[in-house]
Ligand binder design. Structure first.
Ligand SMILES: NC(=O)CC[C@H](N)C(=O)O
Length: 274
């Protein structure tokens, strides 16, 4: 059987790479390699050798110019050292080969600013949505209930019955779109797979603090039309075991945290497909 290989990018201010690699291993990946972005730029590490690209949370370039903006420009324009190939060509090939990309928080911001989500019509380099300053005007560090759209093509959220509970920690998590047509397309194609909701997962909410940032239509995470590329502001890698839950000493909880399903679904998909 294929060895499922995950790659986790670090450097320039990420801070969740160890948790993401741990979650990949717990979820069933045979290998989870943490690579510095400079290793991709130099050609020492090649995306072609992996199945699952993890873009993790943090403070890329100190959030200067807006979160992930500088890194988005860097990745879009960089040429791999000593090669005529641009890094973005490796990324395009990775997507065309049917592989998976998950962007969490700063990684989600990076994906949307590169144009890789929602990638309507299959154009992965045209930005049509953004993530910007929370309505509260300050950083939010709290746990959120996320209602899951069971009709979404996202392979990561498959099997989630109603919703999941995950932490958010961000200053720029407010999801906005360029036009109403973009929002309509996202909704009609069920790409908004996760929305901030009440604790019973009955309905998406615009109420603070359940919706911590004021995201349009309460959108917390989206995927592309293939369901293989997904980004979300909450952190699935930060809740893989019950002791990470804020009330674990007071509530009866399953051993496994709600975020692990993302990584298990990704590993199973790779093993089934490659
Ligand atoms: N936890 C994170 O990845 C934070 C993302 C980004 N730096 C923000 O504050 O919005």
């Amino acid at each position: 059987m294929t060895k499922a290989k995950a790659l986790v990018i670090t450097g320039n201010g990420t801070n969740c790479e160890n948790e993401a690699a741990h979650a990949c291993r717990l979820g069933g990946f045979d290998e989870a390699r943490i690579a510095h972005i400079s290793e991709l730029m130099s050609g020492e590490v090649r995306l072609d050798d992996y199945h699952f690209l993890n873009l993790t949370g943090g403070f890329l370039d100190g959030d200067d110019l807006g979160s992930a903006k500088a890194q988005a420009n860097r990745l879009k324009n960089a040429t791999v050292e000593g090669k005529s190939e641009r890094l973005v060509e490796q990324i395009s090939r990775f997507i065309a080969d049917g592989k998976l990309i998950l962007g969490v928080c700063n990684g989600f911001q990076l994906l949307v600013k590169m144009g890789m989500l929602p990638a309507l019509g299959g154009d992965y380099l045209k930005q049509s949505v953004t993530l910007t300053y929370n309505n509260a005007g300050r950083f939010q560090d709290r746990w959120c209930y996320l209602k899951c759209d069971a009709s979404s093509p996202s392979l990561y959220t498959a099997g989630i019955s109603q919703g999941i509970y995950l932490p958010v920690r961000h200053g720029e998590g407010k999801f906005l779109v360029d036009t109403q047509a973009t929002l309509d397309a996202i909704e009609s194609k069920h790409l908004a797979c996760l929305k901030y909701s009440d604790s019973q997962y009955t309905a998406p909410t615009m109420e603070f603090p359940e919706n911590p940032n004021g995201s349009v239509n309460a959108i917390a995470g989206i995927c592309d039309e293939t369901g293989r590329i997904m980004g979300l502001m909450p952190h699935p890698e930060a809740f893989v075991h019950r002791t990470q839950h804020p009330r674990w000493t007071r509530e009866e909880l399953p051993e496994e945290g709600d975020g692990l399903i993302f990584f298990r679904n990704a590993a199973q998909y790779i093993k089934k497909t490659f």
